[in-house]
Write a protein that binds this ligand. Structure first.
Ligand code: GDD
Length: 399
């Protein structure tokens, strides 16, 4: 593919946040060449480089009661060399939707002889492994894995690490365009290929997010992302003293990380997960607060933001859903140790103005999930090792 070179990087302590890079062309051919690297502000990411990263990457699809046809489309868009890991929190009673997802995945994988894993969020073996390993932040009051997209992503991360993957990419299950899914993963690979540090993250910005209102309108920014980006940038600006617009992907549901980075971050529950990843990076490696990981501090954290060619069309889940997402997203900023009073007040005022919080109402505390590095991964493995094949759709060992 052809992509804009990383032209400008803002530094926040050890964090290198790259300005938005646009995909110029989805394919760059086998034989094409460009003048000296970066001379035209465009670089070529070769197909073999993309494949190198895809082979080392697990794609985690979190799903809860989505239309089966959409899920099938998403699966079919994931490049063949990636390992697919589906974490489902879909209903099992009345209609066993999890069973249906499993069957659909199995069928797609059988025809193409590709490997995939699927696990239910309330799986008892997985829960036991999590309890034994001390990943207690993932549990609810009944001792089950907590509901939520973030918690599903965490299970996927653990499985990806267990099977030895080096990178993880997240894709929502309600995407209408398989071609967009294919592009997200290729963009993840392109981002990783530019990283200087083993601790890297790639976040996707959609070219457009079309809305249907008296015809198709290709809207650029969603309400949630625009607001989160603004306050996230303020969080950086108050510390550096320079106003910034660097963050364009505060809520990016589609994003990817090296496992090395993924296992040292503090996460947040539910839909707060994506903004919290950035907040955790700023807190841990921004040079303002003490770091908990010297090695990562020395190597630095590379954050890439890539704008797709494909538009993003997904299931719309209504106004209340949007308000909730806004509220939990902004609470990551509000409760950050980097946040000052001025930003806190701005966050509250924003939430009230957008009808996501009532006048005088307190912003609910953020539920965080401690970094996996702190738990006993060997214990997790000792329970999971012999069981992993149980989650595989093709009955053979995963690698
Ligand atoms: N495993 C699991 N468990 N998956 C879940 C759960 C759960 O409890 N809840 C939701 N999901 C799945 C959904 O089925 C979907 O595939 C994905 O997580 C995203 O959830 P949506 O409810 O569709 O979120 P959204 O489309 O409104 O928002 C997405 O985009 C935002 C950025 O605009 C999400 O990815 C957000 O996290 C993101 O910030």
């Amino acid at each position: 593919m052809f992509i804009e070179s990383p032209r400008y990087t803002e530094r926040f302590g050890s964090v290198r946040i790259n300005h938005l890079q646009r995909v110029i062309s989805l394919d760059s051919g086998l034989k094409s060449t460009l003048p000296d690297h970066g001379a035209m502000g465009v670089m070529k990411v070769n197909e073999d480089v993309i494949k190198y990263y895809e082979e080392r990457m697990a794609i985690i699809i979190s799903i809860k009661d989505e239309k089966l046809k959409l899920f099938e489309g998403v699966v079919s868009g994931v490049p063949h060399d990636c390992l697919i890991i589906v974490v489902s929190n879909s209903q099992r009673e009345k209609v066993d939707r999890f069973r249906m997802e499993k069957d659909a995945l199995e069928q797609l994988c059988r025809y193409t002889l590709r490997q995939a894993l699927i696990v239910h969020q309330k799986d008892v073996v997985m829960t036991e492994a999590i309890v034994q390993a001390g990943f207690t932040d993932l549990l609810d009051e009944k001792g089950q894995i907590h509901d939520g997209k973030s918690e599903g992503m965490m299970l996927g991360l653990l499985i990806a690490k267990a099977v030895g993957k080096e990178y993880v990419g997240f894709i929502d299950a309600d995407n209408y365009f398989p071609g967009a899914v294919l592009e997200y993963v290729r963009n993840y690979a392109a981002g990783f290929s530019m990283a200087r540090s083993p601790y890297s993250m790639v976040r996707i910005l959609w070219h457009y997010k079309p809305k249907i209102s008296r015809g198709l309108f290709f809207q650029k920014w969603g309400r949630v992302s625009e607001t989160t980006n603004k306050h996230m940038n303020n969080l950086i600006s108050i510390k550096t003293g320079f106003e910034s617009e660097i963050i364009k992907t505060g809520n990016a549901g589609e994003h990817a990380m090296s496992i090395r980075l993924a296992e040292i971050l503090t996460y947040a529950s539910g839909y707060a997960v994506e903004p919290q990843e950035l907040v955790s990076i700023f807190e841990g490696f921004g040079g303002i607060l003490p770091t908990t990981n010297r090695k990562a501090m020395e190597d630095g954290i590379d954050v890439f933001q890539i704008e797709t060619r494909n538009p993003h069309l997904h299931e719309e889940k209504g106004d209340e859903h949007i308000k909730e997402m806004l509220k939990v997203g902004l609470s990551t900023i509000y409760y950050s140790a980097l946040c000052n009073n001025e930003i806190k007040q701005a966050v509250i005022a924003e939430l009230i103005a957008q009808g996501a919080l009532q006048e005088g109402e307190r912003l609910p505390p953020l539920r965080t999930i401690a970094p996996f590095k702190k738990a006993n991964f060997n214990k997790f493995m000792s329970i999971m090792e012999k069981k992993l094949d149980k989650y595989s759709v093709l009955a053979k060992t995963i690698k």
